[in-house]
Design a protein around this ligand. Structure first.
Ligand SMILES: NC(=O)c1ccc[n+]([C@@H]2O[C@H](COP(=O)([O-])OP(=O)(O)OC[C@H]3O[C@@H](n4cnc5c(N)ncnc54)[C@H](OP(=O)(O)O)[C@@H]3O)[C@@H](O)[C@H]2O)c1
Length: 235
């Protein structure tokens, strides 16, 4: 009998939501591989928690994605889950290739990784792929058209991979609205953002961890998108 799966891959998890989820999943006893584009200087003073291991990966090009896939295949981890968390939030005024950059991170990387790494899940064992989308795809965005379009594309990948990988691997998405502010967000921006949801709070990253656990622990949900928006759709 093959050994049980013990490893979770989270992309773009050297900071914020991804890092928090990596720490919580490591506390749960998983080995957690995180991807990042650079080694963080803060790790010299404050090393990553036990059980978390970084892998360098830049998804800006197909070659960069393929190099990461080759390195992951060479390690041959026994995967329990892949969590696509890496993201770029570029403005439509950020230049001609902003859409292309976001396409690479939000769609091309999950597409190639899901296609080429599903062999790393353990046959017969629980297996999950989870895409971090965005609540904005529910209605579109006048000012972040490229971001919203590429996150909508990720929603499409969720349904198609769920269909193609069932029943061996569940594939779901989480659609967060405001989870945590960026340090540079000013008081006005924060106040306006908080009024957009019925709950009116900045919930912090643990709600994403809770959603990941729900999707991993529930054997009867696939091809779905879990709203995590504090009731934004009610306002
Ligand atoms: N924060 C929120 O309130 C919120 C709201 C809605 C949705 N979400 C979604 O939740 C997820 C986590 O959000 P977050 O705010 O924690 O994200 P974040 O701080 O922006 O971190 C995303 C990570 O993506 C990685 N990344 C960006 N471009 C990359 C590239 N070309 N190749 C490889 N990695 C790349 C970065 O890695 P490096 O640091 O290594 O460069 C970065 O750490 C994202 O998918 C986001 O869209 C968040």
């Amino acid at each position: 009998m093959p050994a049980a799966p013990d490893t979770i891959l989270i992309t773009g998890a050297a900071q914020r939501i991804g890092l928090h989820c990596a720490e919580r999943l490591a506390d749960d006893g998983f080995k957690v591989l995180i991807t990042c584009r650079r080694v963080r200087s803060e790790w010299q003073h404050q090393p990553l928690a036990e059980g978390i291991e970084p892998m360098l990966a830049d998804f800006s090009t197909a070659g960069g994605i393929q190099q990461f896939i080759n390195e992951l295949q060479a390690r041959a981890p026994r995967l329990r889950a892949i969590i696509h968390n890496a993201s770029l939030w570029l403005d439509d005024s950020d230049g001609a290739d902003a859409l292309q950059q976001m396409f690479m991170v939000h769609m091309q990387a999950p597409y190639l990784i899901n296609q080429q790494c599903n062999n790393l899940f353990v046959p017969g064992a629980p297996a999950d792929i989870i895409h971090l989308g965005d609540d904005v795809t529910r209605k579109g965005s006048a000012r972040h058209i490229g971001y919203c379009a590429t996150k909508s594309g990720l929603d499409g990948l969720t349904r198609s991979f769920a269909a193609s990988l069932a029943p061996a691997i569940k594939v779901n998405a989480i659609a967060p609205a405001l989870i945590m502010f960026n340090p540079e967000d000013d008081a006005d921006y924060r106040a306006r953002a908080l009024t957009k949801s019925a709950m009116g709070i900045e919930p912090g990253p643990d709600v994403v961890y809770q959603s990941i656990r729900y999707l991993m622990d529930n054997p009867y949900i696939t091809g779905s998108c879990l709203p995590l928006n504090g009731g934004r759709h009610l306002k």
